[in-house]
Design a protein around this ligand. Sequence first.
Ligand SMILES: [Zn+2]
Length: 104
Amino acid sequence: MVRVQVCRRCGRINLPFKYRCKCGSREFDYIEMNIEGTLVATTKIFITPKGYPSPLLVGLVDAGNLKLLVRLEEEAPVGNVIEVVQADGGVLVGRPKKLVTDGS
Ligand SMILES: [Zn+2]
């Protein structure tokens, strides 16, 4: 589950949170929701701060309206489905799910 900001006027989901929605409204609700998307890019960061693993796996997840930069729990190919969860401190973590194939 991920905590997201929902605009009261237009229903747009914002993450990261915005001071003002694209529609101009500044009134929001905050809800927890499941987010899944497609991994569209991935990279490894080798020079990391103390306390972080090296390499650090990072991915860009396309979840429709939301394009999220996440820390990947394990390596995954582009195109894989990623479940996004929120770790302590608000960090977005991507959990690769098994690739769904068309059976061909
Ligand atoms: Zn709005």
